[in-house]
Ligand binder design. Structure first.
Ligand code: ZN
Length: 275
């Protein structure tokens, strides 16, 4: 199957890489949206019995710097996932070629692939960049947790800490790639705005998880750190994407997760690009 989708943004090459994905049935969706009634969910699904979800990592090559935004679960954690490196290699890029690994937030489906099954850095020549707020939320939470999985994530991140740089809203990762704070799903979640030669493209990570959230921006996800904040951020960012007609990428929408946000009255709609 096609596992990499390439677009250009001025001089930047941006490629959505398919880490993996699957379907969710009504029971699964109910579990992820516990505050929404079953009848409202069924109405929002509009006849669908399941939805397709994905994990889409973003590769950016701009002016000679190669950035990978999020690394997926990694094969060490989920043998059915961990395909991002295959997708990278299909476009001629090796893990050792990556200069910067950018992490939008610290959930396992975005970071667990940082290490190989042997425990070595998957991207041996990369430095890592993430938001200050993300590090400050998760390191203490993991330190206070008894869960083995949290201890593994804590050990992984602290073993790489020397190679981390921390950014805030509006900072540039490199010239033309700007950090955009989109808090709520996690407190320090960030997206990236790519700008080159007057063209723009925004990656908004886990701004939402299901297509029906375009029409229901206040329906928040079970794993949001702050659901109220996430809902406000979602509405604000969808408004911006629609108003500015920004080409946008979402980590969990069906691959490649790239398209435009349209507004019909008070309701947002998703218009995926044709592939
Ligand atoms: Zn996610």
């Amino acid at each position: 199957m096609v596992n990499a989708h390439r677009i250009t943004v001025g001089d930047a090459i941006c490629i959505s890489l398919h880490e993996g994905g699957g379907t969710s049935d009504l029971e699964g969706i109910k579990g992820r949206f516990p505050d929404v009634s079953e009848s409202d969910l069924i109405a929002a699904l509009d006849g669908q019995t399941e939805t397709l979800g994905s994990l889409n990592c973003l590769y950016i090559d701009l002016n000679g710097t190669k950035i990978l935004a999020d690394v997926g679960f990694g094969i060490a954690r989920r043998p059915d996932l961990g395909n991002v490196d295959l997708a990278l290699q299909s476009v001629g890029v090796q893990p050792a070629d990556i200069d910067i690994v950018y992490l939008t937030h610290f959930h396992g489906d975005h970071i667990a692939g940082l290490l190989t099954p042997e425990g070595n850095p998957t991207y041996p020549n990369a430095r890592y960049v993430t938001s200050n707020a993300e590090w400050q939320e998760w390191i203490p939470r993991w330190e206070a947790s008894e869960q083995e999985y949290h201890k593994q994530l804590l050990n992984m991140m602290t073993s790489l800490e020397d190679k981390f740089a921390f950014v805030d809203d509006g900072d540039e990762v490199i010239a033309g790639v700007t950090v955009v704070l989109i808090p709520g799903h996690t407190l320090g979640q960030t997206g990236l705005l790519v700008e080159s030669n007057g063209e723009r493209f925004i990656h908004v990570a886990d701004l939402l998880h299901q297509t029906f959230q375009f029409a229901h921006t206040d329906w928040h996800f079970a794993f949001d750190s702050d659901g109220t904040m996430a809902s406000k951020t979602r509405a604000d960012m969808l408004e911006r994407c629609a108003t500015e007609n920004l080409l946008a990428m979402f980590y969990h929408l069906p691959f490649p997760g790239i398209g435009h946000v349209k507004k019909d009255g008070a309701v947002y709609q998703w218009q995926a690009i044709e592939i």
